[in-house]
Ligand binder design. Structure first.
Ligand code: NI
Length: 407
């Protein structure tokens, strides 16, 4: 699976170059001698790639703290003869592979950070860092990108153009009061010098069988915005409600009415999710709560819907709190936009994906309402992110099969 992916990434990057050179999507054909050399290089590097992946898995680091990870990546890329920039957006690393022939630049992006989760696996290469784990598979993303660098650096005489390897910190979110992730990489010019014509990424996907890949042309993932809402009433004795304004009763009404935004005010064929994931209020069983605080997230696949929801939310909140004589504060923060896969690019890359995986291993997937900050790169240049199946054979799927449509 691992090696097939490196082959795919390598072929994709080569295909992307043809695509960027202006070859029509259905006419991009890779030289069979070149793909043979790619296969040979993959075999030569197989053991090292497995070693790298296990090392990364054993040494996970949290967002914006990927120091040792960055060191390993930078030294590997330098040893392959790439031009390497470190400390991009904090701990990020960017490697540039120059093909011998002139041409455009295409990029692959791999995220570097792990999650604050205690690993419970018992295999020998489990995490050595207590409470931190590569539970989102970014160790695999990095290894596949490094594998592609290892392979492509050996066939650079046949490469027309440049391949930029972008290793991005802090995809999982930022520590408080810090900048980072894709946004900061873009701000620091990762898509410039040389300018990137197309960018490409993958994410491991536990609902898809190992050896398969899921793709979507157009939207793959949702926008992700967050909000904090505080409802302020008036405390009183529980037995004397007429003297207070019950923030808990108000909150219940607000929560139910916020859900009607999705069910009654948004076009039912436009996906949208509003979830309140945290709520806190009151102090004691016999006191009417003065204050309730809640936090939530809004996901959409459409910018018009995305802009409309916070306005509708505030109308609901304002109307209900006013009718009870209460007040509120509402902070709505826009996060990542929806992730859009450029249809022409998807079309151009599907044959490479199919040839690397084997026939009938490609699955068309519906858009997912999770989010990825790769969407920010995809806003700037044509992009393609696909989902790499990592479900072990025989294990039950953790998601309904109806999520996926056979191609
Ligand atoms: Ni992830």
């Amino acid at each position: 699976m691992f090696c097939r992916m490196v082959k795919f990434i390598s072929c994709c990057l080569l295909t992307l170059i043809s695509f960027s050179l202006g070859t029509a999507a259905d006419q991009v054909i890779l030289d069979s001698k070149l793909t043979q050399s790619v296969d040979q290089e993959i075999e030569k590097n197989r053991a090292e790639m497995i070693k790298i992946r296990r090392f990364l898995h054993m040494n996970p680091e949290l967002s914006n703290r990927e120091l040792e990870t960055a060191k390993l990546i930078a030294s590997k890329l330098s040893s392959l003869g790439l031009e390497v920039k470190t400390r991009v957006a904090g701990t990020g690393v960017v490697g540039l592979l120059r093909g011998t022939l002139p041409g455009p630049t295409v990029a692959i992006r791999a995220d570097m950070d792990a999650l604050p989760i205690q690993e419970l696996n018992t295999f020998p290469y489990r995490s050595l860092n207590p409470g931190v784990m590569h539970a989102c598979g970014h160790d695999l993303h990095m290894t596949i990108a490094l594998g592609a660098a290892m392979v492509l650096s050996k066939v650079k005489d046949n490469i027309r153009g440049q391949v930029k390897f972008i290793f991005q910190p802090a995809e999982e979110g930022l520590p408080p009061d810090e900048e980072g992730g894709a946004a900061l990489m873009i701000k620091e010019g990762v898509l410039e010098n040389p300018p990137v014509r197309a960018v490409f990424a993958l994410h491991v996907w536990p609902e898809l069988e190992t050896g398969t890949a899921g793709y979507a042309s157009g939207y793959l993932m949702a926008s992700s915005d967050n909000f904090i809402l505080t409802i302020k009433g008036k405390g009183a004795h529980a037995a004397r409600p007429q003297e207070g304004i019950d923030a808990i009763v108000l909150a219940a009404e607000v929560i139910n009415n916020l859900q009607t935004i999705i069910s009654r005010s948004i076009d039912p064929v436009e996906p949208a999710v509003l979830t309140i994931g945290k709520i806190q209020g009151g102090t004691k069983a016999n006191i009417i709560a003065e204050k309730v605080e809640m936090e939530g997230t809004v996901r959409t696949l459409n910018d018009t819907v995305r802009d409309k929801i916070p306005v509708l939310m505030e109308n609901v909140i304002k109307g209900i709190t006013k009718s009870y004589g209460a007040s509120y504060s509402f902070r709505y923060e826009k996060g990542t936009p929806p992730l859009y896969n450029h249809p022409d690019l998807v079309q151009a890359l599907l044959p490479a994906l199919e040839s690397a995986l084997g026939p009938e291993r490609l699955v068309a997937v519906k858009p997912q309402m999770v989010a990825e900050d790769f969407a920010l790169l995809a806003e700037k240049v044509p992009a393609f992110m696909f989902l790499l199946g990592v479900k072990s054979p025989g294990l039950a799927s953790t998601a309904p099969q109806s999520l996926f449509q056979s191609r």
